[in-house]
Design a protein around this ligand. Structure first.
Ligand code: AMP
Length: 114
């Protein structure tokens, strides 16, 4: 299987502005930000889409949300507010097939989810 862009970032084959990393997760600035703060949070375990998660991943996915919260505090958007989003497959707008969360904030986000 072809390595995803995010695996290349994890393996330092391509650069990224990394804001958090440990043995389970990496988080970096989105290259095409949709808000003043737009961070991509990626579990290092290769899971292509939300359709592929299993109950074994529950702890890892919960941990990713804790990382999102930690970064929201680091970026001082925890009080103003933020959004955490995951896109699945074509209609969901997924373009990178390695499971990830978007953390968006830094201004008032609109309610257009469609
Ligand atoms: P999605 O469309 O949900 O799959 O999200 C993929 C996100 O990854 C998009 O917001 C892209 O802008 C972002 N992205 C793609 N390539 C890179 C990269 N090399 N560094 C940082 N973010 C990236």
């Amino acid at each position: 299987m072809e390595k995803s862009i995010f695996v290349k970032i994890i393996q330092r084959e391509i650069p990224a502005t990394i804001v958090f990393e440990d043995e389970q997760v990496i988080a970096f600035e989105d290259i095409q930000p949709k808000a003043p703060i737009h961070i991509i949070i990626v579990p290092k375990k290769i899971i292509t889409t939300l359709n592929e998660i299993t109950p074994e991943d529950n702890e890892l996915l919960g941990y990713c949300l804790n990382v999102a919260k930690k970064i929201a505090f680091m970026k001082h958007i925890h009080e103003s507010g933020y959004r955490v989003v995951m896109n699945c497959n074509y209609d969901g707008g997924q373009t990178v097939y390695h499971l990830h969360f978007h953390l968006l904030g830094g201004h008032k986000l609109n309610h257009n989810f469609a």
